[in-house]
Design a protein around this ligand. Structure first.
Ligand SMILES: Nc1nc2c(c(=O)[nH]1)N=C([C@H](O)[C@H](O)COP(=O)(O)OP(=O)(O)OP(=O)(O)O)CN2
Length: 193
């Protein structure tokens, strides 16, 4: 069975090198919709694959790290990257360009890692990240599966190479969240949410 939880964020970017002129040459924003899809052949004590409420903790914080932020590609013009960081408190620097495709890969890698570090306590079994869908507009989306997320052809995404601004980190409920994930620390799901 597959379940899906929808999150939303507003983000600004430029996607260099693409065919669409407006997209590659002007900062513009999108109201992103992100779907996290999880799969399991089992149900927990509440006869659910994974309680949606549990997703509205650290997972939500990770997805919403992009909210009201500018997504910067590490390999963009250094002057542009520098100036954006200087003038915007919330920014995220990525090792890949912020297309819908790469957003879906980045989010897959982060959520998959968090899930793998999380111990469940309500009978959840073999819950796997199925895919991540990133809707950039009402008419265009990218869907990332595991093979895409970890594809070398599409550019390796290392968590260490995703850099959040101080303001983004401060806005996490757990300010150490991303550091803990990078260190591989364990998370324990709460009994109640
Ligand atoms: N495969 C992709 N194509 C495009 C992406 C992308 O991330 N992946 N991104 C863009 C731009 O960001 C652009 O702003 C969105 O383009 P588009 O879907 O054409 O947006 P419109 O609002 O103009 O779409 P309509 O269908 O005309 O409403 C470009 N391409």
């Amino acid at each position: 069975m597959i379940i899906r939880k929808l999150f939303k964020f507003e983000n600004a970017h430029i996607v260099r090198g693409c065919s669409t002129v407006k997209c590659r040459s002007s900062i513009h924003g999108h109201s992103y919709k992100v779907e996290l899809l999880f799969a399991s052949n089992f149900l927990d004590n509440g006869q659910m694959v994974y309680d949606f409420g549990l997703m509205k903790q650290n997972m939500k914080d990770l997805v919403e790290s992009f909210d009201h932020a500018i997504a910067l590609w590490r390999d963009d013009n250094p002057e542009f990257v520098h100036d954006m960081k200087k003038h915007s408190a919330r920014w995220v620097e990525l090792p890949v360009s912020p297309s819908a495709e790469q957003f879906s890969r980045v989010i897959f890698v982060m959520i998959d890692k968090l899930l793998s570090l999380t111990s469940t306590i309500n009978g959840e079994k073999e819950v796997k990240m199925h895919s991540v869908i990133v809707h950039e507009t009402d008419t265009g989306y990218a869907q990332c599966f595991s093979a895409d997320a970890y594809s070398k052809n599409m550019g390796k995404i290392k968590l260490e190479e995703i850099i959040f601004s101080r303001q983004v980190l401060n806005d996490f409920t757990d300010k150490e969240l991303f550091e803990k994930i990078k260190r591989g620390e364990k998370f324990l799901n709460p009994e109640s949410v």
